[in-house]
Design a protein around this ligand. Structure first.
Ligand code: APR
Length: 172
């Protein structure tokens, strides 16, 4: 069984097997959680990302965590919100699914997600939470023994409230 847990904390502080980075398509860092992860991981993360040659929206690529307490960082560019009629929901779900596919390949048993696309990229947080949670539950339902715990890491109280409701008494 996989536990789905909402946390309100800084994702760079988590000692888990993999954290997910809400990156941009260059994978060369930025602000928000991307900036926090690169600052905490150190320059070797940027070097490793340079070698990856970018990443399409909804796809995911993986690097070591370097100075972070996490073993792996999975970089996935979320969709920019453009009103919801440009395939944003499908692309956001793909960020979670493709990140979990990579985490499973590496044997990661604990994975932490930020609220992808809900900051700079403007995705409405309640809709993003529903899509994220549904995508994770679908993947875990199809691979029940892949993970022990998946964390939804919220930086903002409003996100934490949303994910607390979604994860209440739900293991799958
Ligand atoms: N830990 C956890 N969550 C965080 C942290 C942190 N240290 N810092 C920010 N967040 C949260 C934000 O509050 C937001 O809820 O991460 C969520 C995603 O926001 P952004 O980081 O702005 O990411 P996103 O909306 O996907 O935009 C990505 O922003 O930083 C750039 O390079 C990045 O161009 C890309 C774009």
């Amino acid at each position: 069984m996989t536990k789905l847990i909402a946390l309100q904390t800084d994702i760079t502080s988590l000692k888990v097997d993999a954290i997910v980075n809400a990156a941009n398509r260059t994978l060369l860092g930025g602000g928000g959680v991307d900036g926090a992860i690169h600052r905490a991981a150190g320059l070797r993360l940027l070097e490793a990302c340079r070698a990856l040659g970018g990443c399409e929206t909804g796809e995911a690529k993986i690097t070591p965590g370097f100075h972070l307490p996490t073993k792996w960082v999975i970089h996935t560019p979320g969709p920019v919100w453009r009103g919801g009629t440009h395939g944003e929901e499908k692309l956001l779900a793909a960020c979670y699914t493709n990140s979990l596919k990579l985490a499973r390949e590496k044997g990661a048993k604990t994975v932490a997600f930020p609220c992808i696309s809900t900051g700079v990229y403007g995705y409405p947080r309640a809709q993003a939470a529903q899509t994220a949670f549904a995508a994770v539950r679908h993947f875990v339902g199809a691979h029940p023994n892949a993970f022990d715990i998946i964390y939804f890491v919220c930086f903002l109280p409003e996100d934490f409230t949303l994910y607390q409701k979604l994860t209440e008494d739900k293991t799958c």
